[in-house]
Design a protein around this ligand. Structure first.
Ligand SMILES: [Zn+2]
Length: 165
């Protein structure tokens, strides 16, 4: 298999506990505006409770091989690896604008074949929504400028995710 140039985002696969599936999108919970982390970011418009499914990471689904061909000459892609990583979502929703942070307030969760951005703590109105990209399988440098105290300096996954409570 040839190298893929795009960065594929890995979802944390935390064990599913007792989370209720919401069928409706909460797009009114967030807006896109300019961000100090990266050009554009997604910000909360109202208080968001821990556990809330804020946005769906939605878009066309395709195999990783198909995406490699489609985006061979493109530097910026918004591909999100799902399941065992053979399928990707080609991000076409607000969720694709969410920036990485090493000290994120959200994480991605897979429910069935859908991927959601879920709050991992209570979020104040106006906070930028972030999740840890945990990149893998990329050939490009992905330096991190999130500014968090424990910033690891890269958006790549460096070790298995630590348990934080
Ligand atoms: Zn960082």
């Amino acid at each position: 298999m040839k190298n893929s140039r795009q960065l594929t985002l890995a979802a944390f696969s935390n064990p599913l506990t007792q989370v209720l599936m919401k069928s409706k999108r909460n797009s009114q919970l967030a807006i896109i505006r300019s961000s100090h982390i990266h050009a554009a970011g997604v910000f909360s418009t109202q208080p968001i409770k821990k556990g809330t499914l804020i946005l769906e990471y939605d878009g066309p689904r395709m195999t990783k091989e198909a995406a490699d061909v489609l985006y061979e000459d493109r530097a910026d892609t918004y591909l999100f690896g799902v399941g065992d990583g053979t399928q990707v979502i080609d991000g076409h929703s607000m969720a694709m604008f969410i920036n990485h942070s090493c000290d994120a307030n959200c994480e991605t969760e897979e429910y069935g074949d859908r991927v959601w951005i879920q709050a991992i703590r209570n979020i104040e109105p106006g906070e930028e929504l972030t999740y840890d990209y945990c990149l893998y399988d990329g050939d490009d440098e992905a330096p991190c400028y999130c500014g968090a105290k424990d910033c690891r300096g890269t958006m790549y996954r460096v070790e298995p995710a630590k348990k934080t409570s």
